[in-house]
Design a protein around this ligand. Sequence first.
Ligand code: AMP
Length: 404
Amino acid sequence: MPFTALGLAPELVRALEEQQYESPTPIQKKAIPVGLAGHDVVGSAQTGTGKTAAFLLPILQRLREGPNGALRALVLVPTRELAEQVVERAQAYGKYTDVRAAPIYGGVPMEPQIRALKDGVEIIVATPGRLLDHMGRGRVDTSAIEALVLDEADRMLDMGFAPDVHKILSQVPDERQTFFFSATISPEVESLARRALREYTHVAAAHKVEAADGVEQFLIAVDRAHKRHVLAHLLTQMPSGRTLVFTRTRHGADSLSRQLRRDDIDALPIHGDLTQAARQQALERFRRGKVHVLVATDVAARGIDVDDIVMVVNYDVPMDPEIYVHRVGRTARAGAQGVAVTLMSPDEWMLMWSVEKLLGRTLPRETLPGFEPSVEPLQPVLPIEAKRSQGPTLRHRRGRTRRR
Ligand code: AMP
């Protein structure tokens, strides 16, 4: 199905062609016609599904005509990285319109943001705290807002933005179109959705919490002490390309990337203890392919918008199974193929079991000869019928395994 079949204006279709988007992703197919008809949309979609275009295209279509210079759409996001990324997308999709978009987020000087607000901008993409700061100083006129987006609503709540979001909601006109996107729907998310929306159409990207299609997932059982050797092995033996490695802590991200560099693997850490400049520099180097491995914490990774991530490695099994789905969603974006490997030590079996329960299937377990775990991994017994993925095994893929 071409984008024109969705009812998009020619100038938007032209910009999409330039982006080499051939056809809409499933969430775009469902959300764009509803959005163009002016209805509220609730989308269950994680990063990588094309959700950003699903809300930006109807908004750009609405804003491309009519008065310019007034703030007419507000997108709330949890992180500065996501704010930058959404603005960049709005500029790409809106290239042949006069609609302007600007990011607003904390941790950077106010001045450029004040200037952008004074010059006039139709779309603001903001983190809630800094936006309220500007609003409190009378710099943002919200009276003409006709479209509101809550993007990654679950993350905004996780990060403690609920009071700020509620304050902002009370200051935007009730007469508006609202887009509400969240990868997961918890009771808290639902209550925020009830507050923000009236009648809406629900669109889902795929299975509510299923990891992105096209990701081949498997586990390697290994003792904690040997994880770094197995990781170094994976990074040197698996298909080369951009890899995101997740650790639970900032300290873990730092020390692991140091160890990898000692093994001659170009890796950089990215986490919240680094300055904004250092984070942006690491991202830029990753994006340009100057460095192939980023070792990230979950919070820092949220805003990473880099295509062609070929592999995600869970160096630690996440404490929250839904985080697993978010991590895995970083690869195989927009229909591409990717690999997600989880290094699971015996103390993490229970955590992994929760992940598999959420996925509704067991993942293939492998070991690396020479690095077998000291205790045999339990084969989980799932209450549901387990569907085993039949993907190629680590051994097939590499052909040989040897202790380094
Ligand atoms: P998102 O889920 O919005 O973060 O988008 C994930 C990635 O998919 C982004 O890099 C987009 O540029 C890309 N993308 C979005 N829609 C499409 C499409 N219809 N065809 C190809 N790529 C797309």
